[in-house]
Design a protein around this ligand. Structure first.
Ligand code: PAF
Length: 278
């Protein structure tokens, strides 16, 4: 497995690959990331993974400094998966002092997670656009757990005619249902024991949907009630939305998503579930 730290060295190496599947990450890898890598491995001639904790997608009071990092462990995991190249850019080359461009997505990027974390999706859109231009993959892989991020990426890829096919891979979960996340390590033991309640609440809401309920207000009330029953802290939001626009849907359609964000003491968890899925 090749490791590149400069943009030129990625470009040079990439020129000798055929169809490239690309998995952008911020490292501290878990099973969720590995499922993206495995899918990319199965569908492409070569797999490139980036590891970069992107400073511009963190707000001033967010956890950029304390975001978990373990480069050696990440590299060992990726080598085992048969990854061809890992790109670990230096922030100083990626964002030189005169860097002045930002990709701003409107609409879907302003709602929910976008409203809770101003500037977050511009930071994501900007870094992903740069990475696509550097790596020039045919396909890129993202996890359904970050459903709104996926919708924002699909939006600007379509709007800007970026020639990369976006594949969304189902959320990786721990055995007890908690969505895999690099930030899970920061939950206290008590919070970790409660955290599977997010998934239980989503599953319970899906059962109500599948029994025929299509009223958004009733489904959202059920989602919130199940969170309370599972002793989950007050959510930032717990809503039923259209998966492309992230606007409220009523009546609730088969492709709708139940979506939530919950602040625990030092970490904020997000999760979602397509309601029409078995
Ligand atoms: O989902 C993530 O880990 C990040 O938002 C991404 C897509 C790698 C951009 O920094």
């Amino acid at each position: 497995m090749k490791q590149c730290t400069t943009i030129d060295s990625v470009r040079q190496a990439r020129a000798s690959y055929g169809k490239v599947g690309f998995v952008p990450t911020m490292g501290f890898l878990h099973e969720g990331h590995l499922s993206l890598v495995r899918r990319a491995r199965a569908e492409n001639d070569a797999v490139i993974v980036s590891i970069f904790v992107n400073p511009i997608q963190f707000g001033p009071n967010e956890d950029f400094e304390s975001y978990p990092r373990d480069r050696e462990r990440d590299l060992a995991m990726l080598a085992k998966e048969g990854v061809d190249l890992v790109f670990t850019p230096e922030a100083s080359e990626f964002y030189p002092p005169d860097f002045a461009t930002e990709i701003v997505v409107k609409g879907v990027a302003n709602r929910l997670e976008g409203a809770s974390r101003p500037g977050h999706f511009s930071g994501v859109a900007t870094v992903v656009t740069k990475l696509f231009n550097i790596v020039q993959p045919q396909r890129a892989y993202f996890g359904q757990k970050d459903a709104q991020q996926c919708a924002v990426i699909r939006r600007f890829v379509e709007d800007l005619n970026i020639p990369v096919a976006i594949t969304i891979v189902p959320t990786g979960r721990e055995e007890d249902g908690l969505a895999s996340s690099s930030r899970n390590v920061r939950l206290s033991a008590k919070e970790r024991a409660l955290a599977p309640g997010l998934y239980k609440a989503l599953l319970g809401t899906r059962i109500l949907f599948q029994s025929g309920e299509r009223d958004r207000v009733i489904l959202e009330a059920r989602l919130k009630e199940l969170l309370r029953q599972n002793d989950i802290p007050q959510p930032d939001y717990a809503v039923i939305v259209d998966p492309r626009t992230f606007e409220a849907v009523n009546p609730v359609t088969d492709n709708a998503l139940a979506l939530l964000a919950v602040p625990f003491s030092t970490v904020r968890l997000i999760d979602n579930l397509p309601l029409g899925m078995e």
